[in-house]
Design a binder for this molecule. Structure first.
Ligand SMILES: Cc1cc2nc3c(=O)[nH]c(=O)nc-3n(C[C@H](O)[C@H](O)[C@H](O)COP(=O)(O)OP(=O)(O)OC[C@H]3O[C@@H](n4cnc5c(N)ncnc54)[C@H](O)[C@@H]3O)c2cc1C
Ligand SMILES: NC(=O)c1ccc[n+]([C@@H]2O[C@H](COP(=O)([O-])OP(=O)(O)OC[C@H]3O[C@@H](n4cnc5c(N)ncnc54)[C@H](O)[C@@H]3O)[C@@H](O)[C@H]2O)c1
Length: 461
């Protein structure tokens, strides 16, 4: 049985671990799927490459309001798709080729599982052992249990970006990140989109003000049906689908469409690895349990990313990868992951970005706070945009003036939030942040400056 110094399962963030500092270690890298993992192949990167042209296509109506008449003539969907994957697929292939050529790295391209302590069946017919393991096997799409689902073609984020042609109509089941982003992409391109959501608001884990505003705004472009209980899915001629669901009062209605997209969450892949054989514990939700050093409950086995983190975000997986990398190299001086202020953004229309406590979380935790809502329309750049829909909401500690949370909905929210993340990460109080630096006038960032100044903090803050 071949023995390695290090075995990494998962070529997403896990693939970034071996650099020149690992050159004298014999490393096995195991992955069953497309090399490079979710973000590169079916996640962050292709979705955002679709979002950008969708933003352009969606600019007709806002331009009209400003006196600029645009016309959307045609979206060349197949061309967009082929441009995106024509760029991504070669990156994945080149990454695999380069990694496979590393003299100290052996690639195993199959589904692996543990058969004993630090003993892995690589799925290729070869079983290996290693001194240390890194579990970076990510998460997979959750398929909901709805009668009839197996009788239709049900797309997920893994497949919907490779459709042959732009569908005339689409039903999206779910109301989280993926539903929000694909509803924007396809509706901007001209598809009639219906979102069927189990709960009473879209993006319901956001601050309630953001969630309700997002639901209101996207409902102008997309048919949004909330509080649905799913009864059945049926296949119609031409591979179309019909979804029947009931509202809160039990009244059933059906929607028909060309394409069905399931966007009902992702589950960690720990259950596929037979982790009990090597003494690695998972929690009740199936995430691998790790400590602050990313160590699992088994000595010499680390875990990172979606497999062990319910944030399910690439920047978190990458951060944890760097922690694992350091801790493998410096076992006597391990560092800790920093999950204090994990931000996220939803690249829909409107964009949403958030970091820290929502108002409902602050209330539930008994945290004292002051808050402010600052409209885009209140600053000069917002006048230029004639904005009436979007805002930034801040929460701060009334005693220290430190920010507790920031929640933005509107243009460039994913970039505008960055200085607020920085302030929280480095402990910069709101007033000091607002007045201790110049803010370029009349840039959109004045939204952040004005929100900071509008926080009802005492004069000493
Ligand atoms: C549509 C979509 C859009 C997203 N957009 C964003 C975004 O904009 N920003 C953001 O921060 N995050 C985004 N995410 C989330 C982000 O993609 C993930 O958080 C991130 O990719 C997780 O990285 P990872 O290394 O943990 O796992 P992955 O990248 O999923 O890598 C895991 C690898 O393990 C392999 N594997 C699994 N089981 C086994 C096994 N038993 N044996 C061998 N190999 C195995 C898989 O084939 C896979 O290649 C998005 C996700 C999706 C689905
Ligand atoms: N911009 C980004 O950072 C980005 C973009 C896309 C995805 N992601 C990551 O991918 C993960 C998965 O995204 P997602 O949108 O699938 O998940 P999500 O957790 O954001 O939303 C899941 C939605 O499905 C609904 N749902 C769950 N189970 C259901 C069921 N059985 N029947 C009906 N509805 C059900 C939930 O109520 C929720 O509305 C996210 O958690 C996120 O971390 C991130």
């Amino acid at each position: 049985m071949r023995h390695f110094d290090l075995c990494i399962i998962g070529s997403g963030s896990g693939n970034s671990i071996p650099d020149e500092r690992f050159a004298d270690l014999e490393i096995a890298l195991v992955d069953k799927g497309t090399f490079g993992g979710t973000c590169l192949n079916v996640g962050c990167i292709p979705t955002k490459m679709f979002v950008y042209p969708a933003d352009l296509a969606a600019s007709v109506e806002p331009a009209e309001r400003l006196g600029v008449e645009l016309q959307l003539n045609k979206v060349r969907f197949a061309e967009i798709r082929d441009r995106i994957f024509g760029r991504i697929d070669p990156i994945s292939a080149a990454g695999e080729q380069w990694r496979g050529a590393n003299p100290n790295v052996t690639l195993y391209r199959a589904e692996a599982h543990f058969t004993g302590p630090k003993t892995l069946d690589t799925g290729t017919g070869e079983t290996i052992t290693a001194d240390q393991f890194v579990l970076a096997a990510g998460s997979r799409v959750l398929i909901p249990d709805i009668p009839g689902l197996d009788s239709v073609t049900a797309h997920t984020s893994d497949t919907v970006m490779r459709l042959d042609e732009l569908p005339g109509s689409m039903i999206i089941i779910g109301g989280g990140y993926i539903a929000a982003e694909f509803a924007h992409i396809f509706s901007a391109f001209g598809t009639r989109v219906t979102i069927l959501n189990r709960s009473g608001a879209l993006l319901r884990t956001e601050d309630a003000d953001v969630s309700s505003r997002f639901t209101e705004l996207i409902s102008r472009r997309v048919d949004v049906q909330l509080d649905r209980t799913f009864e059945r899915v049926e296949r119609l001629p031409g591979d179309r689908v019909r979804v029947t669901s009931a509202d809160r009062d039990g009244r059933s209605t059906s929607v028909e469409a060309d394409v069905l997209l399931l966007a009902t969450g992702r589950v960690p892949n720990g259950d596929t690895l037979n982790l009990a054989a090597t003494g690695v514990e998972m929690d009740d939700e199936g995430y691998v349990v790790v400590d602050q050093h990313q160590r699992t409950t088994a000595e010499g086995i680390f875990a990172l990313g979606d497999l062990s983190s319910n944030h399910q975000l690439k920047h978190v997986a990458n951060h944890e990868m760097r922690v694992v990398q350091h801790n493998l190299l410096h076992p006597a001086a391990m560092i800790e992951s920093d999950h204090r202020f994990v931000p996220h953004a939803v690249f829909s229309e409107p964009q949403v970005a958030s970091v820290g406590l929502t108002e409902q979380e602050a209330t539930a935790q008994g945290v004292r706070y002051v808050s402010v809502i600052q409209d885009y329309g209140s600053i000069a750049y917002g006048w230029a945009m004639e904005d009436t829909d979007h805002f930034a909401k801040l929460l701060a500690d009334p005693d220290t003036g430190l920010l507790l949370g920031a929640h933005l909905i509107g243009p460039q929210a994913s970039s505008l939030i960055q200085p607020l993340i920085q302030a929280m990460s480095f402990g910069l109080p709101a007033r000091e942040m607002a007045r201790g630096q110049y803010w370029i006038h009349p840039a959109l960032a004045e939204l952040v400056e004005n929100a900071l100044l509008a926080l009802p903090l005492g004069d000493d803050q």
